[in-house]
Design a protein around this ligand. Structure first.
Ligand code: PAF
Length: 281
């Protein structure tokens, strides 16, 4: 595996591969890689000749400086995982390399950012659009891979791709879970043992709500999930919204869309966990 830290070299190497007729898949990450990331890499390997993984903790998408400071950084372990997963190029730049000047671009991301993570984390999605558009511009991959755990993020990225006119297929990949159902996340390592024990309640409550939803309204279903999770010590739901999976707009009646998805954010102690579930109607 090649490790590249400079943008100019990355551009050159990817261009050489494309000149040889090879297809390129990009997996953007913030490092602290786990089996969820490896599943994205595996999929990218199946569908492309060359896989590029970026490892960059992007400061512009953190609205909380403490979250940025404490975000896990595990470059050595990440390189081992990427090597054994068969990554061809790991792009691991410094902040100065990616942002030689402050990025002042403001993206018109529209209604998909007006709900859930949008108001909760002001500036977050604009920062995601900034970094992902930069990475897309550097690599110009044929395909880019994102995990469905960050469900709203994928809608934001699709909107950014539309705005910028990138000819890149956005591939969304299913959430990977621990054996007890907890969605894999780089933040899980920050849970205390007792928090780790109760954290799977999030997925359990979401799964239980699939059945509950068959005979209850959207509002009742949301409330049952919130009540079940909040009943746990140290757990507090920040929001639970059931939205149209295409527009991200909250629904109030099941008949409003074909594919509703429930998106949740829960504080487990200090750690902010997110998850989601699709309601098949
Ligand atoms: O999902 C993430 O890890 C990040 O938001 C991403 C897409 C790599 C951009 O920094």
């Amino acid at each position: 595996m090649e490790i590249i830290r400079e943008v100019a070299l990355l551009r050159r190497r990817v261009e050489e591969e494309k000149q040889c007729g090879r297809s390129v898949g990009l997996v953007p990450t913030m490092g602290a890689l786990h089996a969820g990331h490896v599943s994205l890499i595996d999929r990218a390997r199946k569908e492309n000749d060359i896989v590029v993984v970026s490892v960059f903790v992007n400061p512009t998408q953190f609205n909380n400086p403490e979250d940025l400071r404490t975000y896990p950084r595990t470059e050595e372990a990440d390189c081992e995982k990427m090597t054994s997963a068969g990554v061809n190029i790991a792009f691991i730049p410094s902040v100065e390399e990616v942002y030689p000047e402050p990025d002042t671009r403001v993206f018109d991301l529209g209604p998909v950012t007006e709900v859930m993570e949008g108001p909760m984390r002001p500036g977050h999605f604009n920062g995601v659009a900034q970094i992902v558009s930069k990475l897309f511009d550097m690599v110009l991959p044929h395909r880019a891979y994102f995990g469905e755990k960050d469900f709203q993020q994928i809608a934001v990225i699709r909107r950014m791709v539309e705005l910028e006119g990138f000819d890149i297929d956005i591939i969304d990949c299913p959430i990977m879970r621990e054996d007890d159902g907890l969605a894999m996340s780089s933040r899980n390592v920050r849970l205390t043992p007792s928090q780790r024990e109760i954290a799977p309640t999030i997925h359990k409550a979401l799964v239980a709500s699939l059945d509950f939803a068959k005979s209850h309204s959207v509002k009742e279903t949301m409330q049952s999930v919130i009540n079940e999770i909040n009943a746990q010590p140290e757990m507090e739901v920040e929001y639970y919204e059931i939205v149209d999976s295409l527009t991200m707009q909250p629904i109030s009646d099941w008949a409003e869309c074909n594919c509703p998805v429930g998106c949740i954010t829960v504080y487990c102690g200090e750690v902010r966990l997110i998850d989601n579930i699709k309601y098949i109607k």
